[in-house]
Design a binder for this molecule. Structure first.
Ligand code: KG4
Ligand code: ZN
Length: 353
């Protein structure tokens, strides 16, 4: 039959995303972000994010529908992120999706945000270019997926997008993007800090300062082979900067940024490639805002090549949080004949994969 036309809603963090796909074809990807409102707090404030979703959800749905040139009656299904994420933020998307499904009499699919990130890699459409070349919409399974943003740092083994996804490891404290944002703040760079650190780091020496690599000691690896920790790194950078200032010296911002970025890129890529090797899975997919990081991408590409692993990074507009990835996963569920969710599900901030 025809490929399912699905609208996806994503509100797990600070992006209100509404996407529309037909099977693997991207028709619309409307995103409104409350990032600016969080800037003065140096991080996402859950209450502020939830209120912003309430205001943005209606207009963003309208924008996506106009962009796709469809009418809502034509939809085959609606998909929504039910977790993990910020509880209040998730609830806005879940309530909107349920209302829409009820009003239109369409089936509703509750999906996992992290698996949605993997679903983004299926999409093809005008102007979509994967980062670093390669073909779009060519997701092959099984694959290891490294999902790194301001809200999560997770390593997944994906055997089947709509059934067999295994969490290999995740951060035990801060998300990698959060570490970028906090380190940027202490270096006096604006929020969100990731892109600024990336820019400044390009002028610095990545080997100037040896910052710690979390959970990489042999004893840690035994229990936390695929887990991450960035809070020790952040503290170490803070202490180093403080000591330098106390000594009356100028902080070499570019060197600190480059050395910090190197430490993050090193652990992320080492653990992801180790998973590919251990599990005999020669594919690695990157997703999340931190996949935009130049050093993370370069080191991932270098190590993937050395290990005979095929690296894929979806276009950046699909790496950051968006509704299209949720719609894409929804379309897979419809196509695989999965039963829709009953309307009694709620937002689950710690939803497992
Ligand atoms: O996926 P995303 O847009 O939203 C969520 O966190 O949900 O990711 C945003 C995060 C922020 O922490 C931001 O600082 C980080 O991704 N980020 C980067 C870069 N671009 C964005 N981190 C490092 N290098 C970058 N170039
Ligand atoms: Zn995300």
């Amino acid at each position: 039959g025809a490929e399912p036309l699905v609208l996806g809603i994503e509100t797990s963090c600070d992006e209100t995303g509404v996407g529309i796909v037909r099977g693997r074809t991207l028709l619309a990807n409307a995103v409104a972000s409350s990032m600016d409102e969080h800037a003065r707090f140096g991080g996402v404030v859950p209450e502020v994010a939830a209120r912003a979703h309430v205001e943005a959800i209606g207009p963003t749905i309208e924008r996506a529908v106009a962009e796709a040139g469809i009418s809502l009656d034509e939809l085959d299904a609606i998909a929504v992120t039910s977790g993990p994420g910020l509880a209040g933020a998730l609830m806005v998307g879940v309530a909107a999706a349920k209302s829409l499904a009820l009003a239109l009499g369409k089936p509703l699919y509750a999906v996992n945000h992290l698996v949605g990130h993997v679903g983004a890699d299926l999409l093809q459409g005008d102007g979509l270019r994967p980062v670093g070349g390669g073909e779009i919409g060519a997701l092959e399974l099984p694959t290891v997926a490294l999902l790194v943003s301001g809200g999560h740092t997770s390593l997944l083994l994906v055997r089947d997008l709509v059934g067999e996804v295994e969490l290999l490891g995740e951060t035990i404290d801060d998300a990698a993007g959060e570490a970028f944002d906090k380190v940027a703040r202490l270096l006096g760079l604006p929020y969100p800090g990731g892109p600024h650190i990336d820019r400044v780091a390009a002028e610095g020496d990545p080997n100037a300062i040896r910052f710690p690599r979390g959970l990489t000691k042999p004893a840690d690896l035994e229990r936390h082979r695929y887990d991450f920790s960035f809070s020790g790194l952040k503290t170490s950078v803070a202490r180093w900067v403080e000591r330098t200032r106390d000594a009356g010296d100028e902080v070499p911002v570019a060197d600190v940024a480059a050395s910090f970025r190197e430490a993050v890129a090193d652990v992320l890529t080492a653990k992801a490639i180790a998973a590919c090797r251990d599990l005999g899975v020669p594919r690695l997919l990157l997703g999340g805002g931190v996949a935009a990081n130049a050093r993370v991408r370069a080191l991932a590409a270098e190590r993937a090549e050395a290990a005979g692993v095929i690296l894929r990074v979806p276009p950046l507009s699909l790496c950051t949080d968006n509704g299209a990835m949720i719609a894409s996963l929804g379309a897979q569920l419809v196509a695989a004949g999965h039963a829709p969710s009953t309307l009694d599900f709620g937002a689950d901030s710690t939803l497992p994969v």
